[in-house]
Design a protein around this ligand. Structure first.
Ligand SMILES: CC(=O)SCCNC(=O)CCNC(=O)[C@H](O)C(C)(C)COP(=O)(O)OP(=O)(O)OC[C@H]1O[C@@H](n2cnc3c(N)ncnc32)[C@H](O)[C@@H]1OP(=O)(O)O
Length: 409
């Protein structure tokens, strides 16, 4: 079979979205959901794959700006809406679309591509590494208390529908983005995604609520949540489903957790995506009753190794030659000399002997300062070629803030 990959014609958007939904096995989308995706789609960056007259594959990309360690927000490609029809799977259609996408990203001068995966096993072969983790958990709030600092007792709360508090939340969010690698500056329209709350998707829970946390009259944090009644549990076992929580001060964050734990007639707070270094783990009286788990978050690929590694800073001085292995994007393969520190960096081609051999996938995983090169060396994928180079590079790449993205796309 020959696969014809071409850009999405704008008038075919409904077909594109219907084929995507069918490949994912989604039930019919709520109209507001569909409209939002229509508006967010960057048609000129969306690809379609065809078998003759039949649309058999979809793959989109968003133009995001992502926080990277120490650097200015970086223009990145956000890969999305990837699907192949069940009739045409395992014949290389995805591979053809990935090939075209990465060539396009390179031509656009975007040095990094990111995605959140439906299944983590799909994207490693295309050079994506797992750069962030998402922490999930269910806190037994009948047994767990929170250590709220004194200042947190001055926090005042205001509660209402999430959509009504959007502007206040966005003002807080905008201040949080720069402090954590992996976060995306909000593009127009994206602020509506976290408050999209079609009744059909509530699964028996309340509407999405937002509690604003004010300190000295100023909104300094928020939590968006719904309450899911537990049927037949005597009326006091409902679950607080936390969607997101952001705070500009430690005391405000702690006060928000305590607020969630104290909601009457509920006995737990459940969340699916918090950073792995969430202060929660230091606030709770009993970590074992939080039932924490982790999963892969952002998958990241270096499209242009030299430009990407020059665009971030490094925790300590580093001067190493990396032998990059990248069979899918061979323009990255070969030796690169990375010199940098906390002020900036350069990464250029070199003929010098290599200090470390690194698959591009591992370089992507380490890029935001989360997983360490040392851990990957322990797994045997990164190889030290000059004694001492691993310690130097691993310490330089690693950051003191866990990279994280609070939402999918
Ligand atoms: C960013 C996002 O949008 S993530 C969303 C991804 N989409 C989905 O999960 C929707 C449902 N699934 C699908 O649409 C398809 O099965 C896809 C897109 C995952 C794969 O498409 P295909 O055209 O079948 O992939 P293709 O034939 O190019 O396979 C390439 C390789 O990936 C492997 N692969 C494909 N899908 C998977 C998977 N789900 N898990 C593990 N490996 C996979 C194939 O076995 C193949 O390996 P090989 O080269 O060693 O033989």
């Amino acid at each position: 079979m020959t696969t014809d990959v071409r850009p999405l014609a704008p008038e075919l958007w409904d077909l594109y979205f219907d084929r995507l939904a069918r490949a994912f096995g989604w039930p019919a989308s709520a109209p507001e959901d569909r409209e939002l995706w229509r508006q967010l789609t960057e048609t000129e960056r969306s690809l379609t794959a065809w078998d003759g007259e039949e649309l058999i594959g979809t793959a989109g990309a968003f133009s995001f700006r992502m926080t990277v360690p120490g650097g200015a927000p970086l223009a990145v490609s956000g890969v999305t809406m990837v699907s192949v029809q069940p009739t045409h799977r395992r014949r290389g259609v995805l591979t053809a679309m990935m090939r075209r996408q990465l060539d396009d990203f390179r031509a656009r001068g975007e040095s990094v591509a990111i995605l959140t995966a439906s299944e983590p096993a799909i994207y490693g072969r295309f050079g994506y590494g797992v750069a962030t983790r998402e922490m999930s958990g269910t806190v037994d709030t009948t047994r767990v208390s929170f250590a709220v600092p004194e200042e947190g007792r001055r926090v005042r709360f205001r509660l209402g529908p999430a959509a009504a508090a959007l502007d206040a939340c966005e003002a807080v969010y905008a201040q949080v983005v720069a402090g954590r690698p992996g976060m995306l500056a909000r593009q127009p329209g994206w602020e509506r995604k976290p408050v999209l709350d079609p009744p059909a998707d509530r699964d028996g829970a309340t509407e999405l609520l937002c509690v604003l946390a004010e300190l000295d009259g100023e909104v300094r944090g928020y939590a968006r949540y719904a309450v899911k009644p537990q049927r037949g549990a005597g009326g006091s076992e409902s679950v607080v489903r936390l969607k997101d929580l952001e705070a500009l001060d430690p005391a405000v964050g702690a006060a928000l957790w305590q607020y969630l734990a104290d909601i009457d007639l509920t006995s737990s707070v459940a969340f699916r995506n918090r950073p792995a270094d969430d202060p929660l783990v230091h606030l709770v009286s009993d970590l074992r009753r939080c039932r924490l788990g982790w999963r892969d978050g952002l998958h990241l690929r270096l499209v242009d190794v030299g430009a990407a590694l020059s665009a971030r800073t490094y925790t300590c001085p580093v001067d190493v030659v990396l032998a990059v292995e990248d069979p899918f994007c061979p323009w990255n393969s070969g030796a690169w000399r990375l010199s940098g520190d906390a002020e900036g960096a350069t990464c250029e081609r070199t003929t010098a002997p290599a200090d470390l051999a690194v698959p591009v996938r591992d370089l992507g995983a380490a890029y935001l300062g989360g997983p360490t090169l040392r851990a990957m060396a322990a797994a045997g994928t990164v190889r030290e070629l000059r004694p001492g180079a691993l310690r130097e590079a691993s310490a330089a790449f690693h950051g003191d803030v866990e990279p994280w993205l609070p939402h999918g796309f």
